[in-house]
Design a protein around this ligand. Structure first.
Ligand code: HPA
Ligand code: ZN
Length: 354
């Protein structure tokens, strides 16, 4: 769509436009969608004792100072997940939120090691998640794929073991990612694992440049050969890298509310998303761990509208980027982009002509 098509869309219309526009979510850890209420319900169902007496006490603990302070609570929350049905129920609850926000496609991260290290078999995790993905397609019309993440604070050997466990279920996930504590765990630690995943035809992504330096983004590209960078907001510290990311149309899956909650930026007004867009980068908006960071997809957009002066053109670009950066076929992308164009055209048509 041409830029002039957006000229009449007013600021007042933007929240409704953001709600109405179809979009894809490319950076969401399914374990990070576990709401406190569901943590308590699953704890009761499975006879797990939590160290917080009430939902409110647990919620109060969500005052993070950095990535590690969040991860400690996030892994504790995941300890209530034991059975296939638990994984299904968690993912289903996410899909209901996705539907409300007009997320038409989600590529979801899951962390098998968080579960297999507690004795929950890989099969239980992936079957529960997969059945929710199938149900979301059938009952909600929401499409999805799974991306298996390796925990970077664990060893290369542990990642290889996880890859081995996953192979009988190779057709149930499309790719691999790298998450958990970034600092001190550089991309090269997983060079051989990612090389093997590439040989297996898996799609490759990695968290880089969230808390770690711009060099980790370069290494994720050059050593791990990733196709998207998760977060990547610290790329602005390296002007050559910014030029490269723009030239390659390398997608950054940015998570605004997460970045504020984990103190990557002090306030949303200081977030660099608008600057990233101005550099011509393929930025997308995502919720990361919505149950912990104060909101799902549209709440991330609304926070950006409130504090970063986003306009209709920016909203269009962000939604379009989410489809272009997704791992679906070109034909499917084109279908969603046509729907996006239609949404914007109808808002432009109903806008007051000044
Ligand atoms: N960063 C790194 N690892 C994670 C995150 C994150 O934001 N969420 C869940 N695991
Ligand atoms: Zn993440």
């Amino acid at each position: 769509m041409s830029q002039s098509a957006f000229a009449h869309i007013s600021r007042d219309q933007l929240p409704a436009l953001v709600q109405a526009m179809p979009k894809a979510e490319l950076h969401m850890h399914i374990e990070g969608s576990l709401e406190p209420e569901l943590i308590f319900a699953l704890a009761q169902r499975n006879g797990v004792t939590l160290s917080y007496p009430t939902v409110e006490d647990l919620r109060k603990a969500y005052a993070f100072t950095d990535l590690q302070s969040f991860l400690d609570i996030y892994y504790a929350g995941a300890s209530v997940l034991l059975k296939e049905q638990d994984f299904h129920d968690m993912a289903w609850a996410y899909f209901l939120k996705a539907k409300e926000d007009n997320v038409v496609h989600a590529e979801l991260f899951f962390d098998p090691q968080t579960h297999t290290d507690r004795g929950v078999p890989f099969e239980v995790v992936i079957k529960g998640l997969h059945s929710a993905c199938v149900r979301a397609r059938e009952e909600l019309g929401v499409s999805s794929e799974l991306i298996m993440c390796f925990l970077r604070h664990l060893s290369e050997e542990a990642a290889f073991e996880t890859l081995e466990q996953s192979l009988p279920y190779r057709d149930l996930f499309i790719g691999v990612g790298l998450d958990s504590s970034e600092r001190g765990h550089p991309p090269e630690k997983f060079a051989r694992v990612f090389a093997r995943c590439k040989e297996l035809g898996l799609r490759l992504v990695a968290h880089a440049g969230e808390e770690g330096p711009a060099q980790y983004i370069i290494d994720a590209l050059d050593i791990l050969k990733v196709e998207r960078i998760d977060h990547g907001v610290r790329c602005l510290e390296d002007a050559d890298l910014v030029k490269r990311l723009a030239a390659e149309r390398m997608a950054l899956t940015v998570c605004p509310l997460s970045n504020i909650k984990l103190c990557v930026f002090k306030t949303m007004k200081e977030h660099n998303l608008k600057t990233l867009l101005q550099h011509g980068l393929a930025v997308t908006v995502n919720s990361d761990d919505p149950a912990y960071f104060g909101g799902y997809m549209n709440q991330n957009f609304l926070a950006l509208l409130a504090d970063l002066d986003l306009n209709a053109q920016d909203a269009y670009t962000l939604a379009r980027n989410s489809f272009e950066a997704s791992f679906v076929s070109d034909a499917v992308k084109a279908g969603w982009i046509a729907q996006l164009d239609q949404t914007f055209a109808s808002f432009a048509a109903s806008a007051p002509k000044a």
